[in-house]
Design a protein around this ligand. Structure first.
Ligand SMILES: [Fe+2]
Ligand SMILES: [Fe+2]
Length: 248
């Protein structure tokens, strides 16, 4: 289906996951800031709507990779397992590697490129926040969402959890996502859009490449949670509560 200019960016990304690449390449936020209509997002990014529509159409026509599968029909269990196996494990593997690499690059190049020190500090702060965030999702929120889904499929009452509604922990996760998005934006800006300077050594280049991949993976990860998993969980909870209410 061809995207239309009045659809929000997140709607287009949900319907056609292959469009995510186009949004990434154009610097259009499709996760935390994806609630804007496409025409408005293009205007803000100073991009021609016509050109963006052409790119989006060709992306949706080209063959999708397995990673671009649509998750709209997947179960909460399947999607949350995928998020943990793919995106949480990516953060656990990449964050320590990039931290170490940043330390090395700062020690050699911060004198000539002082922005590297800020990049290292911001990335390190973001990694600490993300590790705590992953733990909250894996130990508290995702198990609760799976229980909700299991209750909905068996007709059992809503599970008892340590919170009144999943909306409260979800709101905290959304706030964490916004914080991480803000940090990645600052890092990208300091790194000049990840264009290494002419004198950059391979480690310097490797750091910028790694940071850019990290940001890209984080966008996909947050998109799956903000736009698909969390709204589905809120709907499930509402349907369970509606059922319980009907029984009274
Ligand atoms: Fe996550
Ligand atoms: Fe998250």
């Amino acid at each position: 289906m061809t995207p239309n200019p009045t659809q929000t960016v997140r709607e287009i990304a949900i319907q056609n996951p292959a469009t995510v690449r186009v949004f990434e390449s154009l610097g259009i936020d499709y996760c935390c800031g994806g609630k804007r209509p496409l025409e408005e997002a293009c205007l803000r990014a100073n991009l021609s709507l016509e050109r963006v529509l052409t790119l989006l159409s060709s992306a949706t026509k080209s063959e999708s990779e397995p990673a671009d599968r649509s998750w709209t029909a997947a179960s909460v269990d399947e999607l949350s397992t995928y998020i943990v196996d793919k995106h949480h494990q990516f953060i656990r593997a990449e964050a320590p590697r990039l931290r170490e690499l940043a330390r090395k690059v700062v020690s050699k190049h911060a004198q000539a490129h002082p922005e590297l020190t800020s990049i290292e500090e911001l990335f390190s702060a973001m990694a600490d926040e993300l590790f705590a965030h992953l733990m909250k999702e894996e130990r508290i929120l995702f198990p609760a969402l799976r229980q909700l889904e299991a209750a909905a499929s068996t007709g059992a009452p809503a599970p008892i959890t340590c919170f009144d509604s999943v909306q409260a922990p979800i709101a905290r996760m959304l706030a964490d996502h916004d914080d991480a998005a803000e940090l990645t934006t600052q890092i990208r800006k300091l790194a000049g859009g990840y264009q290494p300077p002419a004198d950059a050594c391979p480690s310097y280049r490797g750091l910028y490449h790694g940071l850019e991949q990290f940001e890209r993976d984080l966008h996909r990860h947050v998109h799956l949670e903000n736009n698909i998993l969390f709204p589905r969980a809120i709907e499930l909870e509402a349907s369970l509560r509606g059922t319980a209410h009907d029984r009274v």
